[in-house]
Design a protein. Structure first.
Length: 433
DNA sequence: ATTCATGATTACTC
DNA sequence: GAGTAATCATGAAT
């Protein structure tokens, strides 16, 4: 309404568009009038403008009728051209038309991020760099794949929502643009709207919609960031080791109870076998030592279980050794490291690996170790026949290795039960401290 | 919902 | 830097 008022005021008598006007407007004489009745023309224009001004106060039917009347009015082309001139002079139609803003850096950032995360652009493997990095840093490979697929599933959900919304926005934008263009084209019959102006309007609409799109992109980015942070947190989350891994660790622990400090090499080997990291092995042993020490009684059962297991393995080993000694020539007793003892899942398997500290289970030690295994077997058999509780002093796993301060003393006098791989009096070489 | 088990973290010591 | 002890945080069992 302001604009109308302004135009009206302008038309009322102000010098228009540089025309020299006296006492009003100098409109071209419509329909061949010679311009003699100047007052009548003024009256006409005033009427028309009044009609325009009051058109909004009328009912739709009335307005339609008025509109039709105006469209057919003899003064319409003249008024139209004047309005065009005014618009041109006031720069309304041009202003901002050349406002071709450069690409928004933030939008570019968002686009790049969405592209990098695999949300925008062609569908790829899923989590892309994030998942790969997380997979590389995480511990168990099986857990990785679980988390990885989780991450990928969530990411693809985000991707789907993003694309659906984007499509919706684009559709809405197109619909709205078409609608506005039609409206403007329609209106251009009654008011001066240049194609340039329509173009400008379209660009305004597009800008508005792109700002909405930016919000969508921002939200999507946030969602991806949250997902990523959750995913990264998930890596920190505690996840129980597999049963097999725990068994391997426990077997090592109880078979080295006198000195449960695996060497770096042993840790690496354990880590490999358990599909966990070396630091997880360290954590596990740290926790295990302290918890075992704190509550030996509680671990008795577990200790017995693994002792029995070890004993069975020892029995197998002894049997194999006996068989071996029978079949082999006495001149070549158990000389090969590969053919020495088959002790799957026993402490022996750790000892058979290369150990710079001489804790290996090969060569001349073999005989002693067989003896130790036999001892273990005997001991376990005798113990299982009548097991007493730890305080009774006849428990299989008394903290022999621990000193009065609660720490593990040097394993100079390890129980024969403790490790089938240790000969009596053998000193653990994985004493890292 | 509670309790227990357990992997991880942190502060500290040696 | 490795280990200890305390603690946190979460999964699983009840």
């Amino acid at each position: 309404m302001d604009e109308q008022a302004r135009i009206m005021q302008t038309l009322g008598g102000v010098n228009l568009a540089g025309h020299s006007v006296q006492g009003g407007m100098a409109l071209p004489p419509p329909h061949g009038h010679d311009g003699t009745d100047g007052d009548g023309r003024k009256q006409d224009i005033g009427d028309i403008l009044h009609q325009i001004m009051t058109i909004t106060d009328q009912s739709l039917d009335e307005a339609q009728a008025k509109k039709h009347g105006l469209n057919c009015h003899r003064m319409k082309p003249a008024l139209f051209s004047v309005l065009c001139e005014i618009k041109e002079k006031t720069g309304l139609s041009i202003r901002g038309a050349q406002e071709e803003d450069p690409p928004d850096p933030q939008l570019m950032r968002l686009d790049n991020m969405l592209l990098a995360e695999g949300v925008a652009g062609p569908e790829k493997g899923g989590g892309s760099a994030a998942a790969a990095a997380a997979a590389a840093a995480s511990g168990s490979p099986t857990d990785n794949s679980i988390e990885h697929s989780d991450y990928r599933a969530k990411l693809s959900q985000i991707r789907q929502i993003y694309h659906t919304e984007l499509e919706k926005y684009e559709q809405a934008c197109n619909e709205f643009t078409t609608h506005v263009m039609n409206l403007l084209r329609e209106q251009s019959r009654t008011r001066p709207i240049s194609p340039k102006e329509i173009e400008r309007m379209v660009s305004i609409i597009h800008r508005k919609f792109s700002s909405i799109q930016m919000q969508l992109k921002q939200s999507t980015c946030e969602a991806v960031m949250i997902l990523r942070s959750r995913f990264l947190d998930a890596r920190r989350k505690r996840r129980n080791f597999s049963k097999q891994a725990t068994e391997i660790l426990n077997e090592y622990f109880y078979s080295h109870l006198s000195n449960p400090y695996p060497s770096e090499e042993a840790k690496e080997e354990l880590a490999k076998k358990c599909s966990i990291t070396v630091s997880q092995v360290s954590n596990w042993f740290g926790n295990k030592r302290i918890r075992y020490k704190k509550n030996i009684g509680k671990f008795q059962e577990e200790a017995n279980l693994y002792a029995a297991k070890t004993a069975v393995n020892a029995a197998h080993a002894v049997a194999a050794a006996v068989q071996n000694s029978q079949t082999n020539s006495p001149t070549t007793p158990n000389s090969g490291s590969s053919g020495s003892f088959n002790l799957p899942n026993s402490g022996d398997m750790y000892m058979s690996m290369p150990n710079p500290n001489g804790d290996s289970y090969q060569g001349p030690q073999v005989g002693a170790n067989v003896q130790s295994q036999v001892d273990t077997l005997r001991h376990v058999i005798s113990q299982t026949a009548g097991y007493n509780d730890a305080l009774g002093g006849s428990s299989m796993y008394s903290p022999h290795g621990m000193n009065a301060n609660g720490g593990w003393q040097d394993a100079t006098t390890p129980s024969s039960v403790i490790s089938p791989t240790e000969g009596p009096g053998s000193v653990h070489s994985d004493t890292s401290n």
